[in-house]
Design a binder for this molecule. Structure first.
Ligand SMILES: C[S@@+](CC[C@H](N)C(=O)[O-])C[C@H]1O[C@@H](n2cnc3c(N)ncnc32)[C@H](O)[C@@H]1O
Length: 224
């Protein structure tokens, strides 16, 4: 098996030549990196990958769990059509003003509906209103509840749609035999569970801190 050669220098080369980060995204990322929890953001190459997937799928609707300063939201909003519907969920409105300032500057704010409440509550509420609706969902908040979020997203995403799950490698802690941290155990359980889940097609990419792509199979595909 070919060993990964991705040194920091090569990764920087990929970021320099391999993606196009919109000037407003650059400003929002730099502003967000001033916070102590700057590692919260998806990386620019993850953003470019998600934007590319949205364009390839001609996605009209996107559900996001974990808004923070709205950086991943902005990647998707810039890639999606003017009438796209983006719903982004966060427990806290602490960074919402900042997010909205940059969404407005990039002229995409009309596409975005923020929901401020615990994700499980917002997801349950959405499940009561619609199912098989969203083209793409991103799970990027509260690792301890990733399994619940995944099950709710499977209901909310349409057949053929995509669930993206961030931080599935948890800075290599998923390799530990007996992890002390409960959320690492949950990520290990989720990763094992997805491997055998016949409801999805699966691809875990070593981009950022590990990003799983789970495509929801159609009824015909699940049966075969
Ligand atoms: C990793 S950050 C999201 C980063 C964002 N997706 C990006 O890349 O730009 C996670 C966010 O999840 C939020 N969060 C944590 N627990 C939550 C919960 N139970 N329900 C909803 N949001 C939660 C935090 O407030 C934080 O803003």
């Amino acid at each position: 098996m070919l060993k990964s050669q991705l040194t920091d220098e090569l990764h920087q080369y990929c970021l320099t030549y391999g993606i196009r980060e919109h000037p407003v995204l650059v400003k929002l990322r730099q502003e967000s990196e001033k916070f102590s929890n700057k590692q919260m953001l998806i990386s620019p190459d993850q953003g470019a990958l998600m934007a590319m997937l949205a364009q390839l799928m001609n996605a009209q609707s996107y559900l996001e769990i974990g808004t923070f300063t709205g950086y991943s939201t902005l990647w998707m909003a810039l890639a999606m059509p003017v009438d796209a519907q983006i719903t982004t969920i966060d427990l806290s409105a602490r960074h919402l003003d900042l997010a909205q300032t940059y969404w407005q500057e990039a002229q995409v704010s009309t596409k975005i509906t923020p929901l401020i409440a615990p994700a499980e509550q917002s997801l349950q509420q959405l499940c009561g209103e619609k199912s098989n609706y969203f083209d793409i969902a991103l799970i990027d908040a509260n690792k301890s509840q990733y399994i619940e979020y995944y099950e709710l997203c499977l209901n909310l995403v349409r057949p053929g749609g995509l669930i993206i799950i961030d931080n599935v490698l948890m800075y290599a802690q998923v390799l530990e035999d007996n992890p002390r941290k409960n959320y690492v155990k949950i990520l290990q359980t989720l990763n094992r569970m997805l491997k055998d889940d016949s409801r999805i097609d699966l691809c875990l990419l070593p981009v950022g801190d590990g990003m799983t792509l789970a495509r929801k199979r159609t009824n015909n595909e699940t049966k075969s």
